[in-house]
Design a protein around this ligand. Structure first.
Ligand SMILES: [Zn+2]
Length: 502
């Protein structure tokens, strides 16, 4: 059954969890001490309860089938996502995910009706890789973003991955062998292509021989089809497809440099030289297209945020200082500001950011960046001022809204914080940190059942089904839980049981 162009770009972000690491790499130590201690008591009580509850066995397998249907691919995708959330360090940032899903939405706008609800993720991993997993889960590593110079290059790589999904190339490879469980096979294939051998082992219950019998590579025909389709979508969105050629050149260069360790991307998407050949032909044949001028501000801001969140600062800092003297210099200055922010040097972070604001006046997102620095420095009044002005200039700026909520939360105005978090939850029901933040507020306000519900949802989104079930059960067994949350918790428990049965 073909769905309409139903693209639910849920936001998924994972790192090992807010208590240790918060957005932008800061710790949560600035939480009011009262909030902190009450919440810690709650968590301790929860931990004690948890270790007395049973352990749920991981199950697998979709049953025997001889063709990989759209329905099966969806099921595999759902199951894979829960494992991926646990295994991978997805870059946990509202802002980065909003950007990459925005580019994804543009690609799918050109692609038309799709079978799946695509979701795009940035993985904190230096390996040069991008991969489309079953059912429209598209992953891109920070190491790949680091090698890109423009938004069109990013667009070309994502479009290529979407074309593999759209043309059901993954299903095509799986259908070629029918004797093993198809679901398990799809998971192994995805696990290996994502560069996670352990993930595959955890996912497969049967023989590991399955993995060896599969071809990881997309065939030449699949590659060419994906490239031609991506090329067409670039023209349709008035984006210059020359960026696709440039990206392939980068891939070839990287393949040559890393002769002893082939990047994972080139295991699944072989032979950049061959691809360069027909992409060049397509470029020569294109007629009279005019392309839009892409303002690289958003791309470069995202790229440098990714770098500041993922790269070793002692390596990144000299690189940024060198770049500041060259082209995109001013956005490298932005990277420097993010780096100082992560290091807790708020004075230098603000100095660098002011230079960027001077170069790009009137960008509301930079007001939000200023607010975040004030918040981390504990200057709540100034944070409210900057974040408020960002939201007034751009009411859709979710980054500013989230940090506004955080500012109210950290300064002890829990009522306002709750209102903002709840509003964001309606808009971003899959942003895990919001549930964590809400659980803190409910716990401190004495609403333990609701706190359990939010922790259950948080753990579900972080890929920990065991803890998710535990908290959701704790929530529903309490008679004081409100009806609205109760039915959500019941539905979630049903969904988890459903997935575990497969
Ligand atoms: Zn490919």
């Amino acid at each position: 059954m073909v769905q309409g162009n139903r693209m639910i770009f849920l936001l998924f972000f994972l790192t090992p969890g807010p208590p240790q690491k918060a957005v932008s790499g800061q710790t949560l130590t600035q939480m009011t001490s009262q909030t902190n201690s009450v919440f810690r008591v709650f968590l301790t009580a929860v931990a004690v309860l948890f270790f007395h509850s049973g352990v749920i066995q991981f199950q697998n397998g979709l049953g025997d089938a001889c063709a990989f249907s759209v329905g099966q691919e969806r099921e595999v995708g759902e199951k894979l996502l829960t494992s991926v959330r646990k295994k991978f360090d997805l870059l946990d940032d509202l802002d980065i995910t909003r950007y990459i899903n925005g580019i994804g939405a543009e690609i799918l706008g050109a692609a038309g009706s799709q079978y799946f609800d695509y979701k795009f993720f940035v993985v904190n991993d230096r390996d040069f890789n991008a991969f489309a997993a079953p059912s429209g889960l598209v992953f891109m590593n920070s190491g790949l973003i680091e090698m890109m110079d423009s938004e069109n290059e990013l667009f070309s790589v994502l479009a290529h991955e979407c074309a593999h999904v759209s043309n059901r190339h993954i299903a095509g490879r799986i259908e070629k062998s029918t004797k093993v469980q198809i679901g398990a096979m799809a998971l192994v294939l995805a696990g290996v292509a994502l560069g996670a051998g352990e993930l595959s082992e955890a996912l497969i219950t049967g023989s590991m021989a399955t993995a060896a019998s599969m071809s990881l590579k997309f065939s030449r025909i699949d590659e060419e089809e994906a490239d031609r389709q991506a090329f067409e979508w670039m023209e349709k969105t008035e984006r210059d497809p020359a960026a696709m050629y440039k990206m392939l050149q980068t891939m070839r260069r990287i393949a040559r440099i890393n002769r002893n360790k082939i990047p994972t991307y080139l295991l699944t998407h072989p032979e950049p030289e061959v691809r360069m050949g027909y992409v060049q032909d397509l470029l020569l044949l294109r007629g009279g297209h005019s392309y839009k001028n892409v303002d690289e501000f958003e791309f470069l801001r995202m790229k440098y945020r990714v770098l500041a969140l993922s790269r070793d600062h002692s390596i990144l800092r000299p690189r940024l200082l060198k770049k500041i003297k060259k082209k995109d210099g001013i956005m490298a200055e932005f990277g420097l500001s993010q780096l100082y922010l992560a290091q807790g040097d708020y004075l230098k972070a603000m100095e660098s950011l002011q230079k960027v604001i001077f170069a790009y006046p009137g960008r509301p997102i930079l007001m939000a960046d200023r607010g975040v620095i004030h918040l981390q420095a504990g200057r709540y009044e100034k944070a409210l001022e900057s974040l408020g002005s960002a939201i007034r200039a751009d009411p859709e700026c979710v980054y500013a809204s989230y940090y506004l909520a955080r500012t109210y939360h950290q300064s002890g105005d829990l009522i306002r914080a709750r209102d903002y978090y709840k509003d964001l939850l309606v808009r971003f029901p899959a942003y895990s940190r919001l549930y964590y933040n809400m659980s803190e507020i409910e716990a401190v306000s004495g609403q333990q059942p609701a706190a359990h519900y939010y922790l259950g949802m948080y753990n579900w989104l972080e890929g920990d089904r065991r803890l998710a079930k535990f908290h959701l059960k704790e929530a529903v067994k309490n008679l004081n839980l409100g009806n609205r949350i109760r039915s959500k918790a019941d539905n979630m428990l049903d969904k988890i049981r459903e997935i575990e049965k497969r």
